[in-house]
Design a protein around this ligand. Sequence first.
Ligand SMILES: C[S@@+](CC[C@H](N)C(=O)[O-])C[C@H]1O[C@@H](n2cnc3c(N)ncnc32)[C@H](O)[C@@H]1O
Ligand SMILES: O=C1c2ccc(O)cc2O[C@@H](O)[C@@H]1c1ccc(O)cc1
Length: 356
Amino acid sequence: MAFSSSNGSEESEMYHAQIHLYKHVYNFVSAMALKSVMELGIADIIHNNGKPITLSELASSLKLHPSKISVLHRFLRLLTHNGFFAKTKVQEEEAYVLTPPSKLLITTKPTCLAPIVKGALHSSSLDMWHSSKKWFTEDKGLTLYETATNESFWAFLNGNHDSLIMFQEAMAADSHMFKLALKECKHVFENLESLVDVGGGIGGVTKLINEAFPHMKCIVFDQPQVVANCSGNENLSFVGGDMFKSIPSADAVLLKWVLHDWNDELSLKILKNCKEAISHKGKKGKVIIIDIAIDEESDDPELTELKLDYDLVMLTMFNGKERGKKEWENLIYEAGFSNYKITPICGFKSLIEVYP
Ligand SMILES: C[S@@+](CC[C@H](N)C(=O)[O-])C[C@H]1O[C@@H](n2cnc3c(N)ncnc32)[C@H](O)[C@@H]1O
Ligand SMILES: O=C1c2ccc(O)cc2O[C@@H](O)[C@@H]1c1ccc(O)cc1
């Protein structure tokens, strides 16, 4: 938003500033309206309808109380304005269709990101923000999450089976986007006989790699409680362990959305263990990192804002961070690697090939 008005009056500048502030105060409304629409399953209803759906058809499909039809209309008005739905006419009546972002909420599609909306906007992810003043004024070396709840987010997940499942399902959902990216970066995985996906969760990414390269021996390595009920196949196995202690050997180690959960000191420890894991039998393999790389100069401001939002989420939940290109370089060289290559993938992440 431009703050200097054409006539340059102080009042006009103040009015613009006011709009800017209010808009940011109410940013949460779009997020929460999106969450409501996701919980109601509106994308599935419109998708299953097979043609544009009128408000009354949608309300009857949702079995809404008549008093809530106008409420639904107002939710859809905001989300249509924000690009989540589009409007058309069916026999002179207004009807809604899905747009590319709301198609990502269709639960029968593998590309469904509803689990991310559910997890990221769950009260267990949001409530901590009310403790930020306390966090800022203390120096106990705690995350905001720990300040608010007296436990780490990892401990919370480990003590709450439903939340652990919710988190792992969100991670697996995000991984499906990687199927598209795999077409562009197939060469990165070609000629590898084995790969270990460190912090691989319930195997979202590795299952895609296993489909594309069925002869590659793949291990999903994660905490024992995460992989306990996972089953693989001849070339896909699940191993429980601690990446801070040791990592199974392989030609390549994959780290997707792992290093941003940790500060530099702990990320270095993980990377050094990865270097050890790819240096077996005199071989020199590679580490493949999939994470965000902040690039304020080249990225458009909307993309940078998303990356900076993620940086604060990682900071507050885990004491982690999103890194810029120079920060990645420093971390990679400090861990004892000699070369690396960054390629943007999946819209807002990057694939970083790292060589000993
Ligand atoms: C943000 S998730 C990423 C999951 C997966 N790579 C993905 O992108 O879908 C981070 C993962 O690191 C795992 N993790 C945390 N601490 C770990 C440890 N000490 N050893 C192994 N895995 C760990 C978590 O259980 C979680 O599955
Ligand atoms: O999207 C989320 C995310 C993504 C990557 C990561 O390493 C950690 C994450 O934690 C939150 O920021 C957020 C999320 C939180 C809780 C949940 O059940 C799912 C996602």
